[in-house]
Write a protein that binds this ligand. Structure first.
Ligand SMILES: [Zn+2]
Length: 292
């Protein structure tokens, strides 16, 4: 199992958002418990209000360029902290993978002993539960790394996206790093269920969504990701190509990232919705960045 093929359905998103709340300021932990819908609407209204304030506060060109420079610096700092945390998580993943291997070996030994009547069912179950818990820890590490890679990719590619020529409605373009489609359907996150249904019917597992709307990560990066979602599929994979073809037929806009750096495998994904290049004021960019 790899991060790019691990399914992350909406039913698992709340747990994932809890993990992200651990990365954000302690104050953000409170509202996570109220559920995903409230979480998203809170973030959405906070981000909208922050955007209004940002618009009002940029009265002159010089102030605007100063705030742009400040924003770029904050983003660069946040990305650097995320990369450091990612390196720590890679080490943790290696430990958790070892743990799974050891517990799997132990479980097989105990299964043999149980079959010979030498240990009880309860003793076998104990190892089975420990192994299942270790696998959950390992999968969470992988998902966290995949989501972090995707967020870093979008943040790193922001300047490239801003510099691209405007695309006509219905336009499509493909390069070594990006595939863009300016679909004309009035897309909103409420339509996500249709895409998930198509995907699960076609491939028999859930669409691997890593970010549904605005997340604390986008807040920290000062990105408006309120009406977009990220899918951890390489656009050139079989599943990725099918999804892009479906989105084009449905007129849903997307940007597919082949990778942050040509030739690198990490960070490849499909961003469904308009590009998230617009800035929003972050909640805690100066605060704790990347604790897990
Ligand atoms: Zn995205």
């Amino acid at each position: 199992m790899t991060p790019l093929t691990t399914g992350i359905g909406p039913h698992r998103l709340e747990r994932m958002f809890k993990r992200f709340a651990q990365l954000a300021s302690p104050g953000s932990l409170g509202f996570i418990g109220f559920g995903l819908a409230i979480f998203l609407s809170t973030i959405s209204s906070n981000a909208a209000s922050a955007q209004d304030k940002a618009n009002k506060s940029t009265g002159s060109a010089s102030r605007s360029s100063a705030s742009d420079a400040e924003l770029a610096r904050l983003r660069a700092d946040t990305i650097e902290k995320m990369k450091q945390t990612r390196a720590g998580t890679e080490k943790l993943l290696a430990l958790h993978e070892d743990e799974v291997k050891k517990l799997t070996a132990e479980y097989r030994q105990r299964q043999e002993l149980y079959n010979q009547g030498l240990i009880s069912r309860a003793e076998l179950n104990q190892t089975e539960r420990a192994r299942a818990a270790a696998m959950i820890r390992m999968d969470e590490d992988k998902r966290w790394i995949a989501e972090t890679d995707i967020a870093i990719t979008e943040a790193s590619m922001r300047d490239v996206l801003v510099g691209l020529p405007a695309m006509a409605p219905g336009g499509y373009s493909e390069s070594g790093t990006l595939i863009r489609f300016n679909g004309t359907a009035s897309w909103s996150l409420a339509d996500a269920a249709k895409i998930e249904k198509f995907f699960s019917q076609a491939f028999g597992h859930v669409l691997p969504i890593t970010a549904f709307g605005q997340t604390p990560t986008h807040d920290r990066l000062r990105f408006d990701h309120r009406n977009a979602m990220d899918v951890a599929l390489h656009p050139d994979s079989n599943e990725g190509r099918s999804l892009l073809s479906y989105l084009r037929q449905a007129g849903v806009p997307f940007i597919a990232f082949r990778s942050a750096v040509p030739g690198a495998a990490t960070g490849a994904h499909i961003h469904i919705g308009s590009p998230s290049v617009r800035a929003v004021a972050g909640a805690d960019s100066q605060g704790v960045c990347c604790k897990r």
